[in-house]
Design a protein around this ligand. Structure first.
Ligand SMILES: [Zn+2]
Length: 248
């Protein structure tokens, strides 16, 4: 029975074999495919990321539009194998539910109970994935959510992901998912739930206006090589003491 650490090792092997390579075949038997994902063509794209989370294994593919995520859950029976092209498989091909083929390797998932394909933007709303890996979730969080979530979690926008402890990272992901769920019915996006609907966000595009928590004027800053800006409260979201750099 595969445990989380087994899946983790499988993810490492799959990542080494597949990451960055062009997909020449993607065969899925009876997958659950979201409408957004069904509109994307994976073959011809590349394998962008391979991550595991408990018994969930996630492979992200680049496409001509939004990235697509393949989710397999191993439960008791599923297993991923990696073969060279032409190599004989350990199990009958009829037991394969997923085949990801590149020029160099063939990755096969035998008898996983769950095979799903969804667009990266839908990952954060997925009911089964308690806390997706940061690579996947980052694709699903727009800039406004990013700014609002970092305010709500008191994280300085220039903090590197590797400098966040696990607990903070999880809080960020859970907060983002919660906000996206609360906004899934459409309408003006809200991250702040007060009676006055003109006060629907905490920091986004509120340059020089007072922070709703502490009154400090909200600031705007830039990230090198990125057009997306950050709005933040310099009092509520202080830079870590070890971080000497200041936003441009
Ligand atoms: Zn503040």
């Amino acid at each position: 029975m595969p445990e989380g650490d087994t899946i983790f090792r499988a993810a490492t092997v799959l990542r080494r074999a597949l990451a960055g390579r062009t997909v020449t075949e993607l065969t899925l038997i009876a997958p659950k495919t979201s409408l957004a994902a069904s509109r994307r063509t994976v073959v011809g794209g590349t394998v962008k990321a391979v991550e595991s989370n408990g018994k969930h294994l996630l492979i992200t593919f680049t496409t001509d539009g939004e990235d697509v995520v393949l989710h397999t859950h191993m439960k008791m029976t599923g297993m991923w194998h990696v073969y060279r092209p032409g190599e004989r498989w350990w199990h009958a091909p009829s037991k394969a539910r997923v085949v990801v083929r590149t020029d160099a390797y063939v990755a096969v998932c035998f008898t996983p109970p769950i095979v799903e394909l969804f667009a990266a933007g839908e990952a954060a709303l997925h009911p089964l994935l308690p806390a997706l890996g940061p690579d996947v979730i980052a694709d699903g969080i727009g800039n406004e959510y990013k700014n609002e979530v970092l305010f709500l979690t008191s994280v300085w926008p220039w903090t590197k992901v590797r400098d966040l402890d696990d607990r903070t990272l999880e809080t960020i992901l859970v907060t983002a998912r919660d906000l996206m769920r609360r906004n899934r019915d459409g309408g003006a996006r809200r991250t702040r739930f007060v009676l006055d609907r003109s006060q629907r966000v905490w920091v986004q595009e509120r340059t020089d206006r007072p922070c709703y928590r502490c009154g400090t004027p909200i600031e705007r800053g830039y990230h090198p090589g990125e057009f997306r800006k950050s709005w933040y409260c310099p009092s509520c979201q202080k830079a870590p003491r070890t971080e000497a750099a200041t936003p441009a």
